[in-house]
Design a protein around this ligand. Structure first.
Ligand SMILES: [Cu+2]
Length: 528
């Protein structure tokens, strides 16, 4: 494969992506948004008045043979997200987001999930190097008590009446399931969420998401801001109906039978309320010191471009120290950071030069009106600060080269027809759990060339990857490090390189616009 051939995919695949796709072409004229916005019907609080919550850290119930065991119950709960408004949610252990699991590298974690929700569920640890039986394959369902359907989630896909399609490899359990995570991977901030076939988007929207952080001694010896100066920040958008319920345009609001959303929302569901760690436009009091801000986009479809702006309009540097899959080799300084659904950016911001008593706001350059604001930090006091950002952060990033690749594959991510209706397709095909799309040998290095019609954040299970190019050009500054999700812009192509090591078995890659994912944009990898 010559360099010219490798870089030449924009033409042929680009043409393929835009041919005969009227809805996609229309969407691509709005490059910063993919999806349609719901409007809330309850009064919304002023910005920067609700305190920033920090999700509680879950304690293990036992430790056996060096593995920590946790228990999580999935259940309905009513919480107050907007002040004075009661909102029913689907939760992990009754909180939103769910409890945070704090893990150590190479120390296994076992999580026993109990499903007390009215529908089947399945948990995926996003970014985990997880054996296939615990990776949360979308048909490996945990059925609630009394669930009658013999093949839940496998019928009438995407609103069409079609014969029941079974997945002979599905491992279905009743009420409970143990998920085992070896944690043999780089320290990183992962997140767990529901991954049920056809219904992932509304389940995450209703609250089924939580954080899972892996640490090790090497990272802790760097001297990065820590303790109360390390903040996980899960950003998501939501909308509320006139009763305070979360609004979502599901065809079947019970989420029991018919998947899909009403037509205006086929490209994705956007809300008009920005939540951070479950609170609307929150504010957090900080010292005039360096903070480690661990941003995660848990929105279904909303993209952000984050900036930290002082009261007098100055932009604070966002010093990126980590990507989806852990520390960079060296810090990268940004003025703004684009963030697609499921991406994480580990950033250090220095508030030491900010006048005490003033606000630093985190804004989204892609938002408008109230979705322009995300959250704020109020600098409360001067304080000592012995933290540092070393010039070398890590030296264990994989250094795969093109010449290491056993093969090169092409995948298009674009709109198309599925079961007689609208779908989102990979390589022209909608997801089918019984079809193997990619077979790869354990330990093989591969280069994947991806091309998108509209925005698609492409996520690979099991294997972290590095970005080799975008549109035939070198990667962008925010592509640094080891990633598990790459944000493709309308009409954009990119190349990634990865090594499929870890475990043999069935894994997924898919778009992490959650509505696209539910409407077919997933495919199977078989590692043999
Ligand atoms: Cu997509």
């Amino acid at each position: 494969m010559s360099r010219r051939q490798v870089l030449g995919i924009g033409g042929a695949l680009g043409l393929m992506a835009v041919t005969g796709l009227s809805s996609a072409a229309a969407l691509s004229r709005r490059p910063t948004t993919t999806g349609a916005k719901l409007r809330s019907a309850v009064p919304l609080p002023p910005t920067f008045t609700v305190p920033l919550p920090l999700p509680s850290v879950l304690r293990p119930v036992s430790t056996v043979d060096g593995a920590d065991r946790y228990e999580i119950t999935q259940r309905e709960t009513v919480l107050e997200i907007l002040p004075g408004v009661k909102t029913p949610l689907w939760t992990y252990n009754g909180t939103f987001p769910g409890p945070t699991i704090e893990a150590r590298r190479d120390r296994p974690v076992i999580v026993t999930h109990h499903n007390e929700l009215p529908v089947p569920t399945v948990v995926h640890l996003h970014g985990g190097r997880t054996p296939p039986e615990s990776d949360g394959y979308p048909t490996d369902l945990v059925l609630p008590d009394g669930w009658q359907d013999p093949m839940p989630g496998m019928h009438g896909m995407h609103g069409m009446q079609m014969p029941a399609m079974s997945d002979p490899r599905a491992v279905v359990t009743r009420q409970t399931r143990d998920y085992t995570f070896p944690m043999a991977q780089r320290p990183a901030m992962l997140w767990y969420h529901d991954h049920r076939m056809d219904f992932t988007a509304p389940a995450i929207w209703r609250g089924l998401a939580g954080l899972h952080i892996i640490r090790d001694d090497a990272e802790e010896s760097l001297g990065l801001p820590a303790g109360p100066r390390e903040l996980p920040l899960a950003i998501m958008d939501r909308a509320f109906d006139d009763h305070g319920n979360l609004a979502y345009p599901a065809l079947d609001p019970t989420l029991r039978e018919q998947p899909g959303v009403h037509e205006p929302y086929l490209a994705g569901v956007l809300g008009d309320v920005i939540l951070v760690n479950g609170a609307p436009w929150p504010v957090h009091e900080v010292d005039a010191a360096r903070y480690r801000l661990r941003f995660l986009n848990t929105s279904n479809a909303r993209h952000y471009e984050l900036e930290a702006v002082t009261y007098d309009g100055r932009r604070l540097d966002l010093v990126q120290i980590g990507a989806d899959q852990g520390l960079l080799a060296a810090p990268v300084t940004h003025q703004s950071l684009p963030m697609a659904p499921a991406e994480r950016y580990d950033v250090v911001a220095d508030f030491s030069g900010v006048p005490v008593g003033s606000l630093v706001t985190i804004v989204n350059r892609l938002g408008s009106g109230r979705t322009h604001d995300v959250m704020a930090f109020r600098v409360a006091r001067r304080a000592a600060d012995d933290s540092r950002v070393p010039t070398v952060l890590s030296n264990d990033l994989p250094s795969w080269n093109r010449s290491d690749a056993a093969r090169v594959r092409d995948f298009s991510f674009r709109a198309g027809r599925m079961n007689g209706g609208h779908g989102w397709l990979i390589g022209g095909q909608p997801f089918n759990p019984t079809r193997t799309d990619v077979t790869v040998g354990l330990g093989d290095v591969e280069v994947w060339r991806l091309i998108a019609d509209v925005q698609h954040p492409v996520h690979l299970h099991l294997a972290g990857f590095r970005v080799l190019s975008r549109g035939g050009k070198p990667p962008l500054p925010h592509d640094a490090g080891l990633k598990d999700t790459i944000s493709l812009q309308p009409g954009e192509s990119a190349e990634i390189i990865t090594c499929f090591d870890g475990y043999r078995g069935r894994y997924l890659f898919h778009c992490h616009n959650a509505e696209h994912e539910d409407m077919g944009m997933m495919a199977n990898i078989e590692i043999v």
